[in-house]
Ligand binder design. Structure first.
Ligand SMILES: [Zn+2]
Ligand SMILES: [Zn+2]
Length: 264
């Protein structure tokens, strides 16, 4: 809300694990959407216990959610933790898989993979031709367009190859898992928690968190396009030393501060 994002545009929410800093705002958000008269579906992907927590909250607060709220489990309770990417959600434009993380309680990261990126229209080739909007939709998807007179427009001539598929991996919270390198190779943008500087390694290991250097090693090992860091311990007033620590290992590292926007 603070940054002008409309909650009505939000259709899917992904919750990694059930530590309070990762989900407690959900009760307020879900309830506000109800008060604002939402009618669209909302899908929440979360650990299995979330459903009971939300339902208990709705019960004690006598709240009736009047829009379709679907809560999906990111893993089955009692199942042996998977060490692989597991498919979670699929749409026309992208798919989402869970990333196996290891934290003090069960935790999953999320890998978002773009599907069918649109081909680029070659403006110089179409500027003299009055084509309707649906022609562009076809051409961008790599399909022919036939106009009313039967003339066929081919995407081979009028468009360029799409940009490479973009992949965004969200890894929070977790201890350092070098084995993720084989699962996340070539990620366009890696978000990885960096709760501590490497001088606090014992503390990071004790709390199943990662250090800045560990996140940067993973970004380097998977040849990520960029690393976004976050989930900093409250002990850090100045984050620049953390940024410098990361950039010494992986130069294309950034502080993922609230309110900042990064292209994936
Ligand atoms: Zn946590
Ligand atoms: Zn956390």
């Amino acid at each position: 809300m603070k940054y002008g994002f409309k909650a009505s545009k939000l259709s899917h929410i992904f919750i990694s694990h059930l530590h309070g800093d990762h989900f407690l705002g959900l009760m307020g958000l879900v309830s506000s959407m109800n008060l604002n008269g939402r009618t669209d579906e909302l899908h929440i992907y979360a650990p299995p216990e979330l459903k009971g927590l939300l339902e208990y909250h709705f019960k004690v607060s006598d709240t009736e959610i009047r829009y379709p709220l679907h809560i999906h489990e990111t893993f089955s309770s009692g199942a042996e933790p998977s060490r692989k990417l597991e498919p979670l959600f699929d749409s026309r434009d992208f798919s989402v898989s869970t990333i196996p993380l290891i934290h003090s309680i069960p935790c999953k990261g999320f890998l978002i993979t773009e599907k069918n990126p649109p081909r680029k229209i070659r403006k110089e080739m179409i500027q003299d031709q009055a084509l309707p909007p649906e022609a562009f939709e076809n051409l961008k998807l790599g399909m022919d367009y036939t106009d009313a007179s039967g003339k066929v427009y081919s995407p081979n001539l009028l468009t360029e190859e799409p940009k490479p598929i973009r992949k965004y991996a969200f890894c929070s919270d977790t201890r350092y898992l070098p084995e993720l390198a084989s699962l996340l190779n070539g990620i366009t943008t890696l978000y990885h928690e960096t709760t501590f500087g490497h001088d606090y390694l014992p503390r990071a290991e004790l709390t199943y968190h990662s250090t800045v250097s560990q996140a940067a090693w993973l970004a380097r090992d998977i040849q990520a396009g960029k690393l976004l860091m976050g989930h900093f311990s409250a002990r850090y007033r100045d984050l620049n030393p953390l940024l410098e620590e990361a950039q010494a290992i992986f130069p294309n590292s950034y502080l993922g501060l609230e309110g900042t926007t990064f292209p994936v």
